[in-house]
Design a binder for this molecule. Structure first.
Ligand SMILES: [Zn+2]
Ligand SMILES: [Zn+2]
Ligand SMILES: [Zn+2]
Ligand SMILES: [Zn+2]
Ligand SMILES: [Zn+2]
Length: 321
């Protein structure tokens, strides 16, 4: 049976058109082949199309060895629904990515790994229902049983301390000691997409400036990185050192004051200078928000949303008198 909480996000697609080779009521063989390439949401929607597909989806453990729960399903999935999905791997689950799933609890996740001790990848960024203590227990369990866990993603887990991180490092990094070798550069995707799916065993680190356990970014500027043993002084979390939205370089306070944007992002002066500006307030949009330009002319002149709204309100004020 499918958990309704996991399927409620999307309307079921129309029943697939049967090809000439398939008998009535049977899914086309080509459709069955595509199941392995579908995201969870598509797979669940597909399973509701007909009995044949439902059986094909639920009955093949190979489809369930890697499970990725991402928005918009993330907000709906509960412990029970997740357990029902992971049980389809029949104890062989290898990789579990829960991207921002607030309703998954320590007890629920522990139950899942107890039934699937072969898990090698556990990604739980911004799963706010999980705790640092609970995760240490879960990772301890995996370490004690098969010891195959090689990659975890933990950013956004509340109250994770240096001690928690030390324990997790000692349990996860066995056999993959290159944790310190790889740099992490800031880009908005790291922050927003939740999925820092690079080769590092653990995503978070202790910020050298505030000592909190967070994503810690290296500077993209070569001259910054050359300061002191290859570790720059601006290596820090996003809250300690502002980063340029475009190049990922650090931005100092003076630069921040001068390089104002029409959106709420930050740019370094070099990147700021290169962008076209609002013809009223002289602020640019970053590339990600360039679709917000108003009154865009053929020559590239534009006004920002704030200036347009201000002009409109002035105009209506004038008409009121
Ligand atoms: Zn910090
Ligand atoms: Zn820049
Ligand atoms: Zn720097
Ligand atoms: Zn403006
Ligand atoms: Zn922006």
């Amino acid at each position: 049976m499918l958990p309704t909480t996991a399927t409620a996000a999307s309307a079921p697609p129309p029943p697939p058109a049967a090809g000439p080779a398939s008998s009535p009521g049977e899914p086309h063989a080509a459709l069955l082949l595509t199941l392995g390439y579908m995201r969870l949401r598509e797979l669940l929607a597909c399973a509701r199309a007909c009995r044949g597909l439902r059986e094909a989806v639920a009955g093949d453990p190979l489809l369930w060895l890697r499970l990725v729960v991402e928005p918009p399903l993330s907000h709906r999935i509960t412990d029970e629904a997740l357990l029902a999905l992971t049980d389809r791997a029949q104890g062989r689950l290898r990789s579990l990515h829960l991207l921002g799933c607030p309703r998954v609890s320590d007890a629920g996740l522990l139950r899942i790994v107890e039934r699937n001790p072969d898990v090698t990848e556990l990604f739980v960024p911004r799963c706010t229902g999980l705790t640092a203590d609970g995760l240490v227990k879960i990772i301890h369990f995996l370490h004690g049983h098969k010891g195959n866990l090689s990659r975890v993603r933990l950013h956004g887990i509340c109250k994770m301390t240096n001690h928690h991180l030390d324990v997790i490092k000692s349990l996860v990094c066995r056999g993959s000691q290159q944790q310190d070798a790889q740099a992490l550069y800031y880009n908005h995707r790291v922050h927003e997409v939740l999925n820092t799916d690079d080769g590092r065993p653990i995503d978070v680190d202790v910020c050298p400036l505030c000592r909190n356990v967070r994503l810690v970014f290296d500077c993209t500027r070569k001259n910054c990185r050359e300061v002191k043993d290859g570790r720059s002084q601006c290596r820090a979390c996003f809250f300690c050192v502002a980063r340029c939205e475009t190049c990922g370089g650090c931005i100092d306070l003076e630069e921040l004051g001068e390089s104002g944007l029409a959106c709420s992002d930050f740019l370094c002066m070099d990147c700021w200078l290169k962008l076209p500006k609002c013809c009223t307030c002289n602020r640019p949009y970053c590339e990600r928000h360039s679709n917000l330009k108003e009154n865009l002319s053929a020559s590239g002149e534009f006004t920002c949303q704030e200036c347009t709204a201000f002009a409109t309100s002035l105009k209506s004020l004038g008409e009121g008198y």
